[in-house]
Design a protein around this ligand. Structure first.
Ligand SMILES: [Zn+2]
Ligand SMILES: [Zn+2]
Length: 380
């Protein structure tokens, strides 16, 4: 149900008229003054629905603007009034020059062009994307008020997930030590980061809005923030934060994968300790080697090295070292280490740790080879 119609060659916005003016217009219409709908040019009539003065199509012409609800109408008019009060050049049901779109509210000032779209009924995602693309193409800042995010918050989150984890599929391993909750955010950020669409959650019945950090925002407050550019900046800043987090994650990934290898060798499988134990059994079981001080000395050095390596690993993983924090799974008593994706400096420190481990692993293998040679020399 549109707010706007053309009467006597003039564009009339119903709620802009006083009750008296509206009654006069209604009387003139009854006496033959034609009302033409702006949306489609079809003939229309005047009506007041719960206090809101609006127009409606005289006959069902299939015009998509015919089935707007009363809430839609009221919210549209409220936004229009707030923009006007802020000295914005404002219009409702505003069509593009080529009439490929009609938006709910259009406002412009100082070179900024803003569109507000109120969406209460479900629409296909492809429609949302293609309609917004038209605004983007024309350099218009668009804002979608989506009623409870059209009950599609989960789908929008999956867009964000595939944007932020582009190479994450079930065939590929997830990067270890990454806390996925570090990347959690709300729907308006999901849609802006993944698709560059500005949205806000709407509770149409209450005429309030919501976002990640605000469970209830009065409509007027939010519209003013949009007009001031603050909501746009909020979305841009959020996107920058998550892009940075994502970049840090990519940067840290190789070292984290290497570190997990070391975890498996040092802690889980005790690969090095197992090698050392094998030598111990060999030396202890052979009189000639057991009593050889050079072999004994070399063996002690190696087993000391292995202990050092394990302690070093534990140091690096400890909270106090600064690279990892330990999180508890809800409902579990065990905790797990999470890399602190905070800065390039932390990643550099992690890289150095992993490089040190690699060097150690190399010299450990050399020391074992060395011991092998000593043992072989004594076998002759
Ligand atoms: Zn129409
Ligand atoms: Zn009529």
């Amino acid at each position: 149900m549109p707010l706007k119609a053309i009467i006597d060659g003039e564009t009339i916005i119903g709620p802009d008229l006083s009750k008296v003016e509206w009654a006069e217009l209604k009387a003139r219409h009854k006496n033959g003054l034609p009302v033409r709908m702006c949306c489609c040019g079809a003939p229309g009539h005047l009506r007041t629905t719960k206090g809101t003065q609006h127009f409606y199509h005289a006959a069902d012409t299939g015009c998509p603007h015919d089935n707007e609800s009363k809430e839609h109408l009221e919210i549209k008019y409220l936004i229009y009034r707030i923009c006007q009060a802020g000295q914005w050049e404002t219009s409702v049901e505003f069509p593009s020059a080529d009439r490929t779109w009609i938006c709910d509210v259009f406002a412009q000032k100082d070179g900024r062009k803003i569109v507000f779209e109120i969406q209460l009924s479900p629409i296909p995602s492809s429609d949302l994307l293609s309609r917004d693309m038209k605004y983007q193409d024309e350099g218009i800042e668009s804002y979608w008020l989506l009623d409870n995010y059209l009950d599609r918050a989960k789908e929008f989150e999956s867009w964000y997930d595939s944007h932020i984890y582009p190479d994450d599929d079930r065939h590929k391993e997830r990067i270890p030590y990454i806390d996925r909750s570090f990347f959690f955010t709300g729907t308006e950020n999901h849609l802006f980061i993944a698709k560059n669409i500005r949205t806000v959650g709407l509770r149409a019945k209450k005429q309030t809005l919501f976002s990640t950090n605000n469970p209830e925002i009065p409509l007027a407050v939010w519209v003013r923030e949009v007009l001031k550019g603050n909501y746009r900046n909020y979305l841009l800043e959020s996107a920058a934060i998550f892009q940075r987090k994502h970049a840090l994650r990519s940067q840290a990934s190789p070292a984290l994968l290497r570190l997990r290898d070391f975890y498996q060798k040092i802690i889980r499988d005790e690969t090095y300790q197992e090698k050392v134990r094998k030598y111990y059994r060999k030396i202890a079981g052979t009189d000639r080697l057991r009593n050889d001080s050079v072999v004994q000395q070399k063996f002690r050095e190696i087993s000391f090295e292995t202990d050092w390596f394990k302690r070093e690993y534990e140091t690096i993983m400890s909270e106090s070292y600064g690279l990892f924090s330990w999180k508890k799974l809800t409902g579990h008593s065990t905790s797990y280490p999470v890399f602190r994706l905070e800065s390039e400096a932390k990643i550099k420190k992690l890289d150095e740790c992993v490089r040190k481990f690699s060097q150690w692993e190399h010299s450990f293998d050399e020391a074992l080879n060395n011991l092998d040679r000593e043992i072989a020399a004594r076998g002759k």
